[in-house]
Design a protein around this ligand. Sequence first.
Ligand SMILES: Cc1ncc(COP(=O)(O)O)c(C=O)c1O
Length: 432
Amino acid sequence: MRKNLTQLDKKYVWHPFTQMRDWLREDPLIVKEGRGVYLKDMHGRWFIDGVSSLWVNVHGHRNKEIDSAVKKQLGKIAHSTFLGLSHEKAILLARQLIGIVPPGLNKVFYSDNGSTSVEIALKMCFQYWRHKGMAGKTKFIYFNNSYHGDTVGSVSVGGINLFHNIYKPLLFGSYMAGFCEKKLETLLKRHHKKIAALIIEPLIQGAGGMLLCPSGFLKKARLLCSRYDILFIADEVATGFGRTGKMFACEHEKVRPDVMCLGKGITGGYLPLAATITSDKIYRAFLGYYGHKKTFFHGHSYTANPLACSAALANLKIFKKEKTLQKLKPKINYLKIQLKVFQGLKNVKEVRQLGFMVGIELIKNKKAGTPYHWEERIGLKVVNEARKRGAILRPLGNVIVLMPALNISMNTLKKLLKITYQSIVSATGNVK
Ligand SMILES: Cc1ncc(COP(=O)(O)O)c(C=O)c1O
């Protein structure tokens, strides 16, 4: 059966972000089951899920409460459209979300993945200015190394050359900024009449390689946007739902965005759901007679899927009941202490951490500052070593990412760190 599945996969499936030529030569890991922070493959081997199934899983796999919430909802209805209809779970979830996001955000617009939540944010901001009679404000500011998803709109505000450059002819022009307050202010001063919004991953750029934003920059960027009449979009798709140690990364600097994008962990990593949350100010600009064409003409077949909303409600309930964020604190501190050991490795350039988001950047020669060439795929080599030792990781180029579910036990966290350390040593061939 297993061999058969492997053959069928190779015959019929095209995997995301995967060079299929390589895939066809490898023996793929086929996941059969999950339990807590572990995944089991077709051979019956168990692995620690070191990246929470690509940053989505929050309270572990097969969490009793989320399982039962989804099953209960299945007993009622799996899906009905949200276009022209509503349903209980989406309404209740919207109320709960508004209770936890930064003040000033009052309206929830659902979709089904992080990219669409960003797409919606961009379209909303663009259209907002049209309704306000400032049709010239059509452009966006985004940051170098940013990642906001893979749809054409979200790629237009993406700053990772390897992923985004090829699509340039398809993209709308935007302004790219860096983490320099002065330069950002100059850009805003010069172009604010043309700029609809700024989009940022608060405090840490995930897919860019777990790159930390200088302390205070987020707040400053927010202030500048207010000063120059530019909407501020916080993309919390990766950072939301506790990953940085607080429910949302914006809380660290008490930032109130005009629009917030949520996805990934919103359902505890169970089902596809996303939300673009915005202020009454923006919402009200879309109100008017139908003939005035102020309607936000955007929606998806599975917008606000009831099963996903049920999972999301259970996810939020667990945060409260289990005091997840409180229990996370000692684990974050432990992680911080243990990561110092990695810094001593000969091929580790830098270790970056914000809460439970970790990036360990590898370097070929630390003294000479020579990086690994991206084609050497050192990250992949480490991941392969980790797999042999019982952990599933996924690198970002030369950066090894650790982002386990928040409910990982101290013991398993210890195990994960040990495997990661040994795997780096083995793949780079160097210790100190
Ligand atoms: C900050 C950020 N925004 C958006 C996305 C896109 O989310 P999705 O993969 O659900 O489309 C991601 C995915 O990694 C992300 O990290």
